[in-house]
Write a new protein. Structure first.
Length: 158
């Protein structure tokens, strides 16, 4: 079976405890990088993290990996409009973690760490678990892709 198909089947099962609450839908209202919104970005990061987990020859806790990745940007505001007290890049992992703990009472320490440390090395404390490392990598990959897609659109319209 192709890895992408296997990933998609697994993703459907592992993401259901978060997606079926409907709470993540709130992220559709908030713009993220380029023309993507926080919801699409979070799904993309969770899928890319799971893809890496299937690709690498190590064991990962896939359900917590997917749940943490889905919630990594659960900060619930538009950072292009609202300016938080501290710079968004530094403060949003903590805001996302606080919101996730409030809305998902069963959040595990591993999921918390994924959310809190996903901006490493911008935020200096490194991720504690290998799942957290995967999400930091997947997040940067997806963010870069989203920014370049927006630039491509901008220049093709010019
Ligand atoms: Fe983030
Ligand atoms: Fe992100």
């Amino acid at each position: 079976m192709k890895l992408r198909i296997k990933r998609d089947m697994l993703f459907e099962r592992l993401s259901s405890s978060v997606l079926e609450t409907g709470l993540l839908d709130q992220l559709k209202a908030f713009k993220q990088h380029g023309s993507s919104n926080c919801y699409d970005h979070s799904i993309a990061v969770a899928k890319a993290s799971l893809y890496l987990s299937l690709l690498l020859p190590f064991r990962f806790k896939d359900e917590q990996l997917v749940r943490g990745a889905l919630l990594h940007d659960y900060f619930l505001y538009d950072w292009h409009i609202e300016k938080p007290e501290k710079l968004h890049g530094f403060s949003h992992p903590h805001t996302a973690c606080k919101n996730a703990k409030r809305d998902f009472a069963d959040l595990t320490p591993l999921e918390e760490n994924i959310i809190k440390r996903h901006m490493f090395p911008l935020t200096p404390v490194p991720p504690r678990y290998r799942e957290s490392v995967l999400v930091t990598l997947a997040d940067k990959y997806c963010a870069t892709k989203e920014v370049f897609a927006a630039l491509r659109n901008k220049f093709s319209r010019a």
